[in-house]
Design a protein around this ligand. Structure first.
Ligand code: C2E
Ligand code: CA
Ligand code: CA
Ligand code: CA
Length: 281
């Protein structure tokens, strides 16, 4: 028993050692990736459900490693957050998204640009100031810029968050609550926080047709959003059935593979051109 216990311990130990090594390895690669500009933004279209007109796009970060190709954000963002690398990466994301919004706005003047913001980045004391500088530098209209924040980003330190959000609203930006419904937080914050949009988490959309409970949750979120005068966007919409359900329930916007996967900038431009040719601007 002693021997197997010891072996067990060693196996466990060596695994966690490997994980540390891997984390450290990735952290170093991330550092180089920032210097060598190995990041790209892909953009996923969002449409107004009723008219099918383009509402906006969400910027989604891609890391293109020279050796193995694309690494998904789910794999490297946690490491970037732990190591603090998320700050320079996120600043690059914001500036790039602003520049691309500027270019797109020449043809699509009402198009919104959504950017995901990490908690660590949002909590930086100079976050608003730096954002303001980027907006000036890229010369975009902040009314067309949306920040996606999760409940776990804004709920701790609620008072500080409200202060920060009020400043962002004063600049003219829109605030969306990402992954809405997964945060286990009290809903009373919705009245206290200056929020514009609720983004229904894709897990609820995924099981719409198989789970009566999830369909009820989606319906309830849409109703509540309407009563609070918030816009509602559903993410992870993959099927016509899901899209029709959301339309029946009065959901405002949809995003997901049913409309388009996230696209590199050039492909996004093609998509927007074709889409507006069919649907109209
Ligand atoms: P998220 O913000 O919830 O983004 C939605 C994710 O769902 C994206 O994954 C998107 O590609 C994927 N998706 C979109 N439509 C569908 C669909 O119809 N079906 C399914 N199954 N998936 C769909 P992605 O691009 O891998 O991003 C994963 C997460 O990484 C994001 O989740 C976000 O939390 C984070 N992330 C991405 N880009 C950034 C960034 O620039 N900054 C920060 N801080 N986080 C980011
Ligand atoms: Ca998001
Ligand atoms: Ca989300
Ligand atoms: Ca998510």
């Amino acid at each position: 028993a002693k021997v197997s216990g010891r072996n067990h311990f060693e196996v466990y130990h060596s695994e966690s050692h490997d994980q540390d090594q891997q984390g450290f390895f990735l952290e170093n690669l991330l550092r180089k990736a920032v210097i060598h500009k190995e990041f790209e933004l892909h953009y996923q279209p969002q449409i107004h459900i009723e008219t099918k007109q383009i509402y906006g796009v969400e910027a989604l970060l891609r890391w293109k490693r020279p050796d193995i190709g694309f690494v998904s954000p789910g794999q490297f963002i946690p490491i970037a957050e732990e190591s603090g690398m998320i700050i320079p990466i996120s600043e690059w994301v914001l500036l790039q998204a602003c520049e691309d919004l500027k270019r797109l706005s020449l043809t699509y003047p009402h198009l919104k640009m959504s950017v995901n913001i990490s908690a660590i980045h949002f909590q930086q004391a100079d976050f608003v100031k730096k954002l303001e500088q980027m907006i000036e530098q890229s010369n975009v209209n902040p009314r067309f810029l949306e920040l996606e924040l999760t409940e776990s980003t804004i709920m701790p330190r609620a008072e500080k968050s409200i202060e920060q959000l009020v400043k962002l609203k004063q600049l003219g930006l829109k605030i969306a609550v990402d992954d809405f419904g997964t945060g286990f937080s009290s809903l009373s914050y919705l009245r206290r926080f200056p929020i514009d949009i609720l983004k229904i988490d894709q897990s609820f959309i995924k099981s719409l047709s198989s789970s009566y409970d999830d369909a009820s949750i989606v319906t309830a979120i849409i109703k509540m959003g309407q009563n609070l005068r918030l816009s509602i966007i559903a993410e992870g919409v993959e099927t016509e059935k899901q899209f029709k359900f959301l339309r029946q329930q009065g959901c405002d916007y949809a995003q997901g593979y049913y409309i388009s996967k996230p696209l590199p900038f050039a492909e996004l431009q093609e998509f927007l051109k074709e889409w507006t040719a069919i649907i109209g601007g």
